[in-house]
Ligand binder design. Structure first.
Ligand code: NAP
Length: 521
């Protein structure tokens, strides 16, 4: 970033002490324009897959080599614990390597060849070849709660670079030091791999420029798509801005999610306390600051349900008071928590609706309870409350659970706890949940997202602005591409991927097809 006399200076913050860390300089409007223009020029140079893969692998190696340094800064800026951040870093470097391997294998371009037939009557059939091509410069916005995996070197950046899209990262104001450090390592990897200059840019934001920098990036004509992870208000604002551009662009916004859990009677027949412990551990994981924490737990009234609820109350009472990510997370959390607490019929089971008054930015883990009748009459209980909170909804009959599932807002996950004896009820519930969530979990907890080919990290609105894709796993690369058909284009003018498919005699390039065909020669 080029320093100018007009750069806004802002302070980083340590939420554990409530003290400032150091000063950072926010990107100016000129920095935004320059990054977008450079990204556009870099895009036109179309680095080959081998070069992009080398860049991704080099970036992963650099992050691994600087792990301790990165974790020290990330811990200071987020208050998240070291083991959690170490696991997040390993997931981040794993994702960079996954995309390097994906583009070397090559079938992600989904090349399809339909040979022409000049002798077809009454009209000759044209020669058609299709493949995915990159969209162009991509803007990436990360979230406060994942300073590594949904941030500068996270899945959006990895998948966009892999696709051949230059990336402009809008720095998060809650972890500017982590962002700066990781961005420096990615920039080095870009240079060492000899990627075109400008293929990656990091634009810090904060102070009076925290929102402006992002808005300017999304409005810039050179930017062709946006990857966002964060709150529903933030994501929907950017979707609107991108849609109002003279040339609208897609925004893949991963947003807030309430992650409902439905407990059927058989699941708590044997050990209601164990089920309760698992649910509370998931709801308070990372201080309840996970996009997949369970915010609503529906259970049918019974003596076992009472045992489960009592055990949950006890576990919430014993859970440590977590440090929250920052003042904005705290303020949003308590505003939402008090809104829930004021809802008719909702009662506080344990915890507190009051903001702790010490220097550390924190909250007391809190559980609320409500009957299904009151839940149904309330308008606002199905929205996310981002923090260490959960609501238990006491239901009378199975139809209450089915009705609740049908009325849920879109979520990243939906969880069903059931035993074999619950099968008829499970068979009724699961299709309803499938309609409302991107990932269905049976007899588990929603926290813990595996990076794998079958993973879906997305869901109907408001969990995501685009339920037709995923932010995690290899399919994430498809967000940054569009299909192009080449009609009667001579082999010498086709992209290398289509030429190779033709050489190998493959008309449908599916997983592993190129490797098998190459080996057969
Ligand atoms: P956030 O406040 O929405 O911030 C996310 C990013 O968007 C930040 O860079 C922020 O900039 C920017 N931003 C926010 N509002 C904006 C606006 N109106 N215009 C332009 N830019 C805007 O969210 P967060 O507090 O960082 O993250 C927590 C939320 O993320 C939770 O709701 C959580 O569930 C969700 N999340 C979802 C996933 C998922 O995969 N679905 C994963 C992790 C987190 P500044 O910070 O500089 O203001």
């Amino acid at each position: 970033m080029q320093e100018t006399a007009f750069n806004v200076v802002f302070q980083g913050l340590n939420p554990t002490t409530g003290m400032p860390t150091r000063a950072y300089s926010a990107a100016s409007s000129e920095d935004v324009s320059e990054a977008a223009e450079r990204a556009c020029r870099a895009f036109r140079r179309h680095p080959e897959a081998t070069v992009r893969a080398d860049c991704l692998s080099t970036a992963a190696a650099k992050l691994d080599a600087h792990a301790d340094e990165i974790l020290t800064v990330a811990m200071e800026e987020t208050g998240l614990a070291e083991p959690r951040l170490r696991a997040e870093l390993s997931r981040t470097t794993g994702t960079l390597r996954l995309f390097a391997a994906l583009i070397l294998e090559g079938s992600w371009v989904e090349a399809v060849i339909d040979h022409g037939d000049p002798s077809r009557k009454p009209l000759p059939r044209p020669d058609l070849r299709r493949m995915l091509v990159p969209l162009g410069p991509v803007a990436v916005f990360g979230a406060s709660n994942f300073p590594l995996a949904y941030a500068v070197a996270g899945g959006d950046t990895a998948s966009a670079l892999a696709a051949g899209c230059p990336v402009i990262v809008k720095g998060h104001s809650a972890h500017p030091g982590t962002g700066e450090l990781v961005a420096g390592l990615i920039a080095k990897a870009v240079r060492e791999a000899k990627m075109p200059e400008g293929f990656f840019a990091f634009l810090p934001a904060g102070g009076s420029r925290d929102v402006e920098v992002g808005v300017e990036i999304v409005k810039h004509a050179r930017v062709r798509a946006v990857g966002f992870t964060g709150s529903v208000p933030g994501g929907t604002a950017l979707v609107r801005i991108a849609g109002e551009r003279p040339e609208p662009i897609p925004v893949f916004a991963e947003m807030g999610s309430v992650n409902p859990v439905f407990v059927l009677p058989g699941a708590i027949e044997k050990d209601a306390a164990e089920v309760a412990a698992g649910l509370v551990a998931s709801a308070t994981n990372s201080g309840g600051q996970m996009c997949t924490c369970p915010g609503l737990i529906f259970v049918m009234n019974s003596p076992q349900a009472e045992r489960m609820i009592t055990a949950m109350r006890e576990a919430f009472g014993q859970a440590a008071r977590p440090t929250l990510l920052g003042p904005r997370t705290r303020d949003n959390y308590f505003r939402r928590l008090r809104e829930i607490g004021r809802t008719p019929g909702v009662c506080l089971a344990i915890g507190s609706l009051d903001t702790p008054q010490d220097a550390r930015i924190s909250a007391i883990p809190t559980m609320l309870e409500v009957s299904y009748q009151d839940f149904k009459s309330a308008e606002n209980l199905s929205d996310e409350c981002f923090g260490p909170e959960t609501i238990v909804v006491r239901c009378g009959i199975l139809d209450d659970l089915i009705e609740a599932a049908r009325a849920m807002r879109g979520s990243l996950t939906a969880t069903l706890l059931a035993s074999d004896s619950d099968s008829p009820a499970a068979r009724r519930l699961l299709p309803e949940l499938q309609d409302r969530a991107g990932r269905l979990i049976v007899n588990g907890v929603p926290t813990g997202v595996e990076v794998a080919a079958a993973m879906v990290h997305s869901g109907p609105f408001p969990a995501c602005s685009r339920a037709d894709t995923t932010a995690v796993g290899p399919l994430a690369i498809r967000r940054w591409c569009r299909p192009v058909c080449f009609q009667n284009v001579p082999d010498s003018l086709l992209p290398e991927e289509l030429r190779e498919a033709n050489r190998l005699g493959i008309s449908r390039v599916v997983d592993g097809a190129r490797i098998e065909a190459r080996a057969a020669r």
